[in-house]
Design a protein around this ligand. Structure first.
Ligand code: GLV
Length: 325
């Protein structure tokens, strides 16, 4: 039997490539070529396994061409880029990478919040432009976190990791989730469950999106929610861009309906809505929440493990990170 063929759609840490190399013939694609469905449709037929990125569209049309494919492992915890239902129907296993990026994302959400409330980007730009002429008592004033309300939408692993850090900064934790979290977690975080996203928006000085992108969460934050948010409040999104109506957010920032936003994700990545690029108090980063050496390697190894397990015929129950539609 010939060695299985494994396609990795972007360069990933070498350890991951070497690990998969023990299992089969690995092709590592050049950066960006599989960000289009078209190219993937052309090439997928040759491969038994796919290690893809959140930017790789693994659509039904791609899967129809995937005659040899047995497993897709996403180099991410979120897997809205994959048509999981279509894959499952074709008997193709799908895996993601939960847990390993939780702490990196918790740290990052806190950093993004502070960068936004304390105007890091504008202040740094001001300094680099040579505009810093002396200490100013009224320069770059921002929101203090102690005693403020943090509203978390999606209290999963990453939501809890952010809440843990925010609590250490003296914030009060509120959350909205499909269901309330365990009593122990609520107690530990001193977190209060809020029934509706509307009420959470009204009560939050900081509203943080930590939910997956699903048909239910698409444009969850729209003009209606933005109108309910207090005028000095901050929106943080490290989940997925389409959870926010980006055009509505850009208008809300321009009109001063909310105080600011910290965004790591965008509706049409890598494009950013042009009105957002000129919006005030908006920190924007290129989807890097999980970007630490340790975490990106751990993500790759977890995804690679699922590929190896499927290819060697392990049972579903033995593969902890499989996902199903
Ligand atoms: C990153 O956005 C991920 O889903 O892992």
């Amino acid at each position: 039997m010939s060695a299985p063929k494994i396609l990795i759609t972007e360069p990933v840490p070498q350890k991951v490539i070497d690990y998969l190399g023990n299992m089969g013939e690995v092709l590592v694609a050049e950066k960006g070529i599989y960000n289009s469905e078209l190219q993937l449709k052309k090439d997928i037929r040759d491969f038994d396994a796919l290690l893809c990125m959140l930017s790789t569209p693994v659509t039904n049309a791609v899967l129809e061409e995937a005659k040899n494919l047995k497993v897709i492992a996403n180099f991410a915890v979120g897997y809205n880029n994959i048509d999981v239902k279509a894959a499952n129907e074709l008997g193709i296993k799908v895996a993601n990478t939960p847990d390993v990026l939780t702490e990196a994302c918790g740290d990052f959400a806190m950093a993004l919040l502070m960068a936004t409330t304390r105007h890091f980007y504008d202040a740094e730009k001001y300094l680099r432009k040579g505009e810093f002429k002396g200490w100013e008592p009224l320069g770059f004033l921002g929101m203090e976190l102690r005693g403020k309300n943090l509203g978390i939408v999606g209290m999963g692993r990453i939501g809890k990791a952010f809440a843990t850090r925010a609590k250490a900064f003296g914030m009060n934790i509120f959350y909205h989730n499909r269901s309330s979290i365990s009593g122990t977690d609520e107690k530990e975080l001193e977190a209060t469950f809020i029934d509706t996203i509307e009420e959470l928006a009204q009560r939050s000085d900081v509203l943080s999106l930590n939910c997956p992108l699903t048909p239910e969460t698409y444009h969850l934050v729209d003009n209606h929610i933005l109108e309910l948010m207090p005028s000095n409040s901050i929106l943080i999104d490290i989940s997925r861009g389409p959870v926010v109506d980006e055009a509505a957010l850009a208008e809300a920032l321009h009109k001063g309906m909310i105080g600011g936003a910290g965004l790591d994700v965008f509706e049409e990545e890598p494009n950013v809505h042009p009105r957002l690029l000129t919006a005030p108090n908006c920190t924007m980063l290129p989807h890097i929440a999980s970007a630490t050496y340790e975490t990106r390697e751990a993500i790759g190894m977890l995804a690679a493990n699922a590929i190896i397990q499927v290819l060697r015929g392990d049972k579903d129950e033995q593969i902890p990170n499989l996902v199903f539609a």
